[in-house]
Design a protein around this ligand. Structure first.
Ligand code: GLA
Length: 388
């Protein structure tokens, strides 16, 4: 991919490479819709990734050529303008650097990617992190992964206008090979949890249903969580010090059920139990209890479907197919839901059989084969040595 990106830079932008970076996508193993409730998540960066090769410009302009998109696009670092599709993620990072008072060096960038776009694997966070890493390299800023993740997140919320939590950017920035990341989204502390790769394979299947985070459903879930919290506090159904659903436990559920309307209660129940599932999944991974990890994934999926109501029939079917196939420990939708992908934890020797079952069963019902990728947990976004 590095050679392909260097060739693309020469062919499309007529420049010789001066710097190169890579940025991975992510899959969340468990802990969904918890990040914006100051809760726990357990994603890993994956080996589907984006590679960017660049050369500095003296005029403060950016020219970006993506092999997935085609024609190069341009903008002025001093005047980014919204509404240019995928280029907004690049412009947003430049705008975030400016807002933070960081120096900006104009760049010609060529992008090559094995990460499918708009599939729910954080291709936008990968693009943001690639640009943030390239900008930091170009100006010699030495920003660590957490700082780049914050800038990338600011690009997404302040410039692109997606009200997302910080999980995706933190996972793409801080991923570690053969590990999942337990992230506490209250203070963004990260603990790397080893994945027993010889016993545990990861499959990702794409539903082919496109979800638009910016569209209303994700924002509505956020609002429902916030409203429920406010009402529960008003009703005295939560400890006074509770600042987020993170601070509630299962023992509060009976009181909460009386205090909240059914929808907001179900949203709260998902978040409260999901935080517990993340802790239990980490514990089960530490002891190597993979059947227990799988059971937690299945419980998480049921909760996303029934309590948080973010599944769709395509995601339900992929999970049912996975869970019905020998060698699959557990399955769930991953990311925001409403479309996107599922993740399946499998015994490595059975990975191909599970993938076949997903493709065949899905094709029987929906008349098309879903893409299925075996992935491994990968390192976060970082500079690469230049191709020779
Ligand atoms: C999307 C958002 C994340 C997170 C997940 C749901 O991926 O970008 O911040 O909220 O949905 O867990």
């Amino acid at each position: 991919m590095l050679d392909a990106a260097a060739t693309w830079l020469r062919e499309r932008l007529g420049r010789e490479p001066e710097l190169a970076v890579r940025a991975p996508g992510r899959v969340n193993l468990i802990g969904e819709h918890t990040d914006y409730n100051q809760g726990l998540v357990l994603p890993c960066a994956i080996d589907l990734e984006l590679v960017a090769v660049g050369a500095r410009r003296a005029d403060g302009r950016f020219r970006v050529a993506s092999r997935q998109v085609g024609e190069p696009a341009e903008f002025d670092a001093a005047a980014p303008t919204r509404g240019r599709g995928w280029l907004d993620y690049v412009q947003g990072v430049v705008a975030a650097f400016r807002a933070a008072g960081l120096p900006i060096v104009g760049l010609d960038l060529a992008l090559v990617s094995s990460l499918p776009r708009e599939a729910g694997l954080s291709s936008s966070a990968a693009l943001e992190l690639a640009v943030a890493t390239a900008l930091a390299e170009a100006a010699g800023l030495g920003l660590d992964g957490a700082a780049r993740a914050r800038l990338a997140h600011r690009a997404e919320t302040d410039f692109v206008g997606v009200p997302c939590g910080r999980m995706d950017q933190l996972a793409c920035a801080l991923g570690r090979r053969d590990h999942a990341l337990r992230i506490d989204c209250r203070d963004d502390t990260v603990e790397a949890i080893p994945l027993p790769g010889h016993r545990l394979g990861l499959l990702i299947a794409a539903s082919g249903v496109r979800r638009q985070l910016a569209s209303g459903a994700y924002a509505r879930r956020r609002t429902e969580c916030a409203e429920g919290l406010a009402r529960a506090r008003q009703a005295g159904a939560l400890p006074g010090a509770a600042r987020a659903w993170r601070d509630a436990g299962s023992e509060q559920l009976p009181v909460l059920q009386r205090a909240l309307d059914p929808v907001r209660f179900r949203r709260a129940r998902h978040v409260i139990r999901e935080n517990q599932r993340v802790e239990e999944t980490c514990a089960a991974l530490r002891t190597g209890d993979l059947p227990r990890v799988g059971a937690l994934l299945r419980e998480g999926m049921a909760s996303l479907r029934d309590d948080f109501e973010v599944s769709v029939p395509e995601l339900d079917l992929l999970c049912e197919l996975g869970d019905a196939t020998p060698g699959c420990f557990g399955s769930r939708l991953t990311g925001a839901g409403f479309g996107g992908c599922t993740v399946h934890l499998v015994a490595p020797a059975r990975a191909e059989a599970v993938a076949d079952a997903l493709r065949a069963g899905f094709a029987r019902r929906f008349g098309r084969e879903p893409p299925v990728w075996p992935v491994v947990a990968a390192d976060g976004a970082a500079p690469l040595p230049l191709p020779s």
